[in-house]
Design a protein. Structure first.
Length: 298
C-alpha cells in the first residue's frame, strides 16, 4: 500500500516542476521563439518533464521511508495554502492558451522569410499614384464596408537604389476614385530589395491568426476563465494534491505528457503521417483533461 511521504527532495522537485511549467507557458505566450524550432519553449518544457520524473521518484523514496517501522508516521501539518487556487485556476487557463498559440505558430520557412523581409525594410508605406492602369471598379457600401474603388494603378516606389514605377493590380481606395499626382495609397514593399513584389495587403505575422484572435478576443476570456476556476476551487481539497498519489497523479502526468508529444510536430517543424497542426490542436484539450482527472480522483 502506498503511503504519501515528504522530504526536501519532493519539495525541491515539486517547486521545480511548477516553476518550469510556468516559465514554459509564459515563453510560449510571449513568443520567445517566433517560429520553429521553439528552442526556449522546448528546453523549458523538457526541464519541467525532468522535474516531474524526479518528483515522482523522490515521492516514492519518501514513501518508502515513511513505511519504515522505526520512522515517525507521516502527518500533514501544514495548513492549506490559499495560493494553490490561483496556481491551478490561472495555470489551467494559461496553459490551454499557450497550447493554442503553439498550435498556431507559423512554419519555419514562413518565419525565416519574414525575418529576411524585415531586414530589407519590408513594411507598409504610403506611395503616390503616377497613373491609372485600368478603369476604377466601384463597390457600393453595405453593412460591413464603406463604398470603395478597386483600380489597377502605376505607383512610384521609392527604392533605396532609386524610385521605380510599378503596376499593382486591384488597389483599394475609399469613397473616391484615385487621382494621379494627388492620391496616395498604402502598399507593402521592401525598400532595399526591388525583387520583393509590391502588394496592397502583405501583412505578415509570426504567430499567425491564432495570436491575433487570442490577443484581441481570447485574452479577456482566458482571464475570466482563470478567475472562474479559481473561485470554484477549495483550498482544502487542493491541499491533498500536493502529495503524490500514483493512481491520481500518474494518469494526469501521462495526459500532460501526451499533450506535449502532440505539440512536438509544430514545435520542431516536422509532420507525422502528413499532419502537424491536427495533433497540436488536440493538445489544447490536455490541460483540462488532466485537471479533470485530478479533481475526480483526488
Amino acid at each position: 500500500m502506498y503511503t504519501p511521504g515528504r522530504s526536501a527532495a519532493t519539495t525541491f522537485t515539486g517547486w521545480g516542476m511548477v516553476l518550469g511549467a510556468g516559465a514554459a507557458v509564459v515563453a510560449s505566450i510571449a513568443g520567445v521563439s517566433p517560429y520553429p524550432p521553439l528552442v526556449a519553449e522546448s528546453a523549458l518544457t523538457g526541464l519541467t518533464v525532468l522535474f516531474a520524473v524526479a518528483w515522482v521518484v523522490a515521492s516514492y523514496r519518501a514513501s518508502t521511508r515513511s513505511r519504515d517501522p522505526l520512522a515517525k508516521p507521516y502527518r500533514e501539518t501544514r495548513r492549506p495554502n490559499r495560493a494553490l487556487r490561483y496556481v491551478f485556476g490561472f495555470g489551467l487557463s494559461f496553459a490551454t492558451a499557450a497550447a493554442f498559440l503553439t498550435a498556431c505558430t507559423v512554419g519555419s520557412a514562413y518565419g525565416r522569410e519574414t525575418e529576411r523581409l524585415e531586414r530589407v525594410g519590408y513594411d507598409e508605406y504610403d506611395v503616390g499614384v503616377v497613373r491609372l492602369a485600368g478603369e476604377p471598379e466601384f463597390h457600393e457600401a453595405d453593412d460591413d464596408h464603406d463604398a470603395y474603388y478597386l483600380t489597377d494603378l502605376v505607383l512610384k516606389i521609392p527604392y533605396a537604389s532609386g524610385p521605380r514605377e510599378v503596376t499593382v493590380r486591384g488597389m483599394y481606395t475609399r469613397h473616391d476614385p484615385p487621382v494621379p499626382g494627388r492620391t496616395k495609397v498604402g502598399a507593402y514593399f521592401a525598400p532595399r530589395d526591388p525583387e520583393v513584389p509590391v502588394v496592397e495587403n502583405g501583412k505578415r505575422d509570426q504567430r499567425a491568426y491564432g495570436f491575433l484572435f487570442l490577443a484581441f478576443w481570447g485574452a479577456p476570456w482566458v482571464l475570466i476563465a482563470g478567475a472562474i476556476l479559481t473561485g470554484c476551487m477549495d483550498a482544502d481539497d487542493l491541499h491533498g494534491l500536493r502529495r503524490f498519489e500514483p493512481d491520481v497523479h500518474l494518469p494526469a502526468l501521462g495526459i500532460l505528457l501526451t499533450g506535449l508529444v502532440l505539440l512536438l510536430p509544430v514545435a520542431l517543424d516536422f509532420e507525422v503521417a502528413g499532419h502537424d497542426r491536427l495533433p497540436a490542436a488536440l493538445a489544447v484539450l490536455t490541460p483540462g483533461l488532466a485537471f479533470t482527472w485530478l479533481v475526480k480522483r483526488g
